[in-house]
Design a protein around this ligand. Structure first.
Ligand code: FRU
Length: 740
């Protein structure tokens, strides 16, 4: 062939190719200062396309040109719908950019000759738009309209749309209905996680059989922060499928999911407590189902085994014989078709009142699905395995949205089980003879106590007063609305007759703990010797999901025994660390009496080999000084300061310079507690790497706070802004041992 002929052939094939690949047709680019022929209803879409984020919205990215459709006008609660002018379908695909919320009532739809043929919801909650595509081959030549809908109120109730085009190719990299099957040869499937990435919806299947409810897992898209295991040992030499609602082509995580016989990670990462209970890995919030049976304290807890952020609520499980050393056990309860497993309690049914077995350990918890309802599960092997009761749910309410956290105990006088349940901003009391049928008896809380947020996690129990009378204490956690911001636990003291709780006239709200990090705590059922032992969640919903830990997030407070004590003319609820903790004491250093002038004083090194785990005891004598205090200091210049203000009669904790606080604007705060009026203060303080628990006068006032310092607080300083000298006496520091 001659060269000219060859060139001619090449040229004509290019022309042919070019004319086959028809150019994209832009249907709507929303670049004008009006909606140009679209029909609008409602206010959410405003008068014209937006130029980016609207007031109160996070940054919006990923749109084309200068403008986009944004239904955040007036915030998430505004609703609206918009219809496009009619157009003819001329290409195989319609591509568009989409972002916003994932709710059922935010979507973009295609209607062909009046019939809806596609309805697409964003697959992640995001203010960054990405390409989506509809394959419309079968509708070529037909007339269509696009409808954009935002009828969703509340969080993420808005939609973002831009650049609706017709073209020959799909532009979306979203692969819906993606699945991967593994022939199981090892113990775990390891999943790479990106902590701040969006959640993927995952179902574990075997063939067509579902082995799990939908799990929300942050499978890595751009970086791997840590791994989580799915235990598949029971399926060795069988096939297991992971189904994903969608994946994005190019995400790095999906191809890296692998099998392994071991699950290794840095258990001792810097902020992991040494002697507080923390989950082996993954997220925790409230302690649950605390009960003592056959020599063992059971601690269940709100747990996400698939990541270090709140999601997929299971009941994790641990047991201890001494409240100090904990053995981690496999998760006790996993989500089911009634919902995820929210907080609740456990009892030992010694007389088989429920007919589920004599001595059964019965968990009563909230199933949180479309509604919140109460369910049962029982165990005949000391909590190792649970069976969900076939008649679940056992308690429902048609209207209540916040209807949760049942705490049940046996009320001997009325020979009935009593349940305290959080019902919005009150606590409702129910009773039952068999744990299965519950009758409402009364409701407490209107017009009394703090009401700055939703009421959660109640607990009702009797305690002896110092003069030997019985009084009933009702714990109620509240979020937000705590005395120092965010979550906290208030209490009421009064009488209970098996049906109704009547609070004594006291200066409510009264707080169990004035620190920022003691929430959702309740007490053990059946603890031996009539002890009332409490444990709380050592975090705050203000920042719990953001604290800078990796393989685990959040821990529990120390276990504490509760007492009624007289203070300031009335009864208060005091918390004292349980005696069992003294077994952790290692070396002890005693310090001589110190008189602190306005020059201050300091101790550079409390003891050799300090790893940030110690207990401090001392007596603080003000001697007329009005503002003074002590603090912990480290080599990086960070400090955690406690200030006694005898004029304002308050005790202040300042953690704003105690280390990292960049992860949340709500963390670097100064908290205040009321200071009892007395001539000396007995101080007991427990430090554990990233937490400090202060007990004043045998727990009359407590402050529990976490912090994230860059080095161990090895030294102390004492300060005074007053001419009077104050005194520190009987000061001792004990190093404390690790529990695992
Ligand atoms: C309290 C709480 C409970 C709920 C649980 C869900 O922190 O909100 O009311 O049962 O957490 O994890």
């Amino acid at each position: 062939m001659k060269l000219t002929n060859f060139c001619w052939l090449l040229f004509s094939s290019f022309v042919l190719l070019y004319s086959c690949a028809k150019r994209d047709v832009v249907l709507f680019d929303f670049e004008n200062k009006g909606y140009q022929g679209w029909m609008l209803q409602g206010e959410a879409f405003g008068e014209a396309p937006a130029t980016g984020p609207l007031e109160g919205q996070l940054p919006v990215a990923g749109f084309a040109g200068e403008r986009l459709v944004n239904s955040f006008h007036g915030g998430d609660d505004m609703c609206g719908e918009m219809y496009s002018p009619e157009f003819v379908i001329e290409r195989d695909y319609i591509n568009f950019l989409l972002g916003g919320g994932m709710g059922a009532d935010v979507f973009i739809a295609l209607e062909v000759e009046g019939k809806r043929v596609f309805e697409t919801h964003p697959v992640v909650e995001s203010e960054t738009l990405q390409w989506y595509s509809w394959n419309v081959e079968e509708y070529l030549g037909r007339k269509a309209v696009v409808k954009i809908v935002d009828n969703q109120r509340g969080g993420w109730g808005h939609i973002l749309v831009d650049q609706i085009e017709q073209g020959d190719k799909a532009k979306s990299v979203i692969m819906p209905d993606y699945e991967k099957t593994f022939a199981i040869t090892q113990k775990y499937l390891l999943i790479p996680i990106e902590d701040k990435g969006p959640e993927s919806q995952v179902v574990i299947r075997q063939g067509t059989k579902r082995l799990s409810e939908t799990l929300y897992i942050r499978v890595a898209q751009t970086q791997i922060d840590y791994w989580v295991p799915i235990d598949v040992e029971a399926y060795k030499s069988q096939n297991i499928t992971l189904w994903f609602q969608h994946v994005k082509a190019g995400d790095i995580g999906f191809p890296r999911i692998c099998q392994s016989d071991s699950f290794e990670f840095d258990y001792a990462e810097p902020y992991r407590p040494a002697y507080h209970f923390s989950p082996y890995y993954g997220w925790t919030n409230d302690p649950n189902g605390m009960v003592y049976q056959d020599g063992k304290y059971h601690l269940f807890y709100q747990h996400n085994p698939y990541g270090s952020m709140w999601a997929n609520m299971h009941w994790g499980h641990a047991v201890s014989e001494d409240l100090v050393h904990w053995q981690h056990l496999p998760a006790a309860l996993a989500p089911d078709d009634l919902g995820s497993i929210f907080s609740g309690s456990a009892v030992v049914d010694a007389d088989n009142t429920a007919g589920l077995g004599k001595g059964a350990l019965i968990a009563i918890f909230t199933s949180s699905g479309k509604r919140q309802t109460q369910s049962l599960a029982y165990s005949m092997d000391g909590g190792r395995t649970f069976t969900k009761y076939a008649g679940n749910p056992v308690l429902t309410d048609a209207d209540m949205i916040d209807f949760r956290d049942p705490k049940v105990f046996w009320h001997e006088d009325s020979k009935r089980w009593v349940m305290s349940l959080a019902t919005s901003q009150t606590i409702s009391f129910y009773n039952s003879a068999d744990l299965k049928t519950w009758m409402k008896q009364s409701e407490f809380g209107e017009g009394v106590g703090a009401h700055g947020g939703v009421w959660e996690c109640p607990d009702l129990f009797p305690l002896q007063t110092p003069d030997g009378k019985t009084k009933w204490v009702l714990l109620v956690s509240i979020n937000p609305g705590g005395p120092n911001g965010g979550s906290a636990t208030q209490y009421f003291i009064g009488d209970f007759d098996g049906k109704t709780f009547k609070a004594d006239a006291l200066p409510y709200p009264l707080w169990l703990d004035y620190g920022r990090d003691n929430y959702a705590g309740v007490t053990w059922n059946n603890a031996p010797h009539g002890r009332r032992v409490f444990i709380g969640w050592m975090s705050n919903w203000d920042y719990a999901n953001q604290v800078p830990t990796v393989h685990f997030r959040n821990a529990m407070t120390l276990p504490r025994e509760l007492f009624l004590q007289n203070s300031g003319g009335h009864l208060v609820l005091a918390s004292r660390p349980v005696d069992e903790l003294t077994q952790l004491r290692g070396q002890v250093v005693s310090f001589p009496i110190q008189r602190i002038s306005s020059k201050g004083a300091s101790i550079d090194n409390l003891f050799e080999g300090n790893t940030g785990c110690f207990e401090l005891e001392m007596v603080v004598v003000p001697n007329g000084a009005s503002k003074f205090g002590f603090g912990f200091v480290n080599s990086k210049g960070e400090c955690l300061n406690y200030t006694f203000d005898r004029e304002k009669m308050c005790l202040e904790l300042d953690r704003s310079k105690a280390g990292r606080s960049d992860f949340s604007g709500k963390f670097a705060t100064v908290s205040q507690a009321p200071l009892p009026a007395c001539s000396e203060y007995r101080i007991q303080l427990f430090m554990d790497k990233s937490s400090a628990e202060l007990f004043v006068n045998d727990g009359e006032v407590t402050m529990t706070d976490v912090f994230f310092s860059s080095d161990v607080f090895a030294g102390m300083r004492f300060f005074s802004s007053d001419l009077c000298n104050w005194t520190v006496k009987d000061m001792k520091v004990y190093s404390l041992e690790k529990i695992r």
